[in-house]
Design a protein around this ligand. Sequence first.
Ligand code: CP
Ligand code: NVA
Length: 327
Amino acid sequence: MKGRSFLKLLDFSSRELRYLLDLSRDLKRAKYAGTEQKLMEGKNIALLFQKDSTRTRCAFEVGAFDQGAHVTYLGPSGSQFGKKESVADTARVLGRMFDGIEFRGYKQSDVEELAKYSGVPVFNGLTDEWHPTQILADFLTIEEEKGYLKGIKFVFAGDARNNMGNSLMVGCAKMGMHFVAAAPKELWPDEKLVKECKKIAKETGGTIELSDDIKIATKNADVIYTDVWVSMGEPEDVWAKRIKQLLPFQVSKENLKNAKEDYLFMHCLPAFHDLKTEVGNDIYKKFGLTAMEVTDEVFESKHSVVFEEAENRLHTIKAVMVAMVGK
Ligand code: CP
Ligand code: NVA
């Protein structure tokens, strides 16, 4: 995998994803045991963010530092990127100084262009379309908790056409899992992508289902996953419509009655499960909701593995960098 970019899961075979998950596990164990080898000494990684981030930025930074590399953070303001300099020009500049580039932004075509023109591995840290590094962390967490991926019934409740819905569907198809999107029909993933995933799933022993009934969708589920109802970059005024569409799909105890007794609750985070955030408070004032995509009860329950999942962003992002940029 040396020299390759990590732009979307569709570019990788099941075996390659398996390798990245195994490498993540090995790197995690080595870090815990204090035996980590530095495979990125002397390397420099650029972190280009058009959107905010806590986990992804920290995972790239700590992952690089653990491996002996250096990082430079270029945030939504403060660089020439996008305003005075095109993607292609920025790519050619960064490619001359850095050994790898992480990009979080809006358009998938921008991250693809960075990879095309920079000449160094580019890592997609989230675009409107895909969030591939998140899926590695999610799957590592499921393996740690359940021992396996193949055959897991995985339900995504929420805006199933967003970056998380898309990436999870592809990931599940690649790893032979049973993916169910629980959402109103208008928020189902793109038909072409569903078709492609069904084709992949046929080869791996997985399945892809779309359902507009959360109680049926969650029947015998091993994993229930959700994400924010409105993603970064979407206009404020979509909240009202989205709340109406997705409130029936809220991850609540009531909606999970049919899930397996030992189901896992997962979320890429950040999550609106209480009123301790600015946005959460605004929504409460406007719409009277005390929680959105997940109730506080489920978020704080023994089923919830969201902070293990967040930690695993570090080990999996490190694995991607080591595999593609490491010695
Ligand atoms: N899950 C995730 O990507 O979190 P950040 O937005 O904090 O990076
Ligand atoms: N769908 C969310 C994911 C955040 C990690 C967003 O794009 O805002």
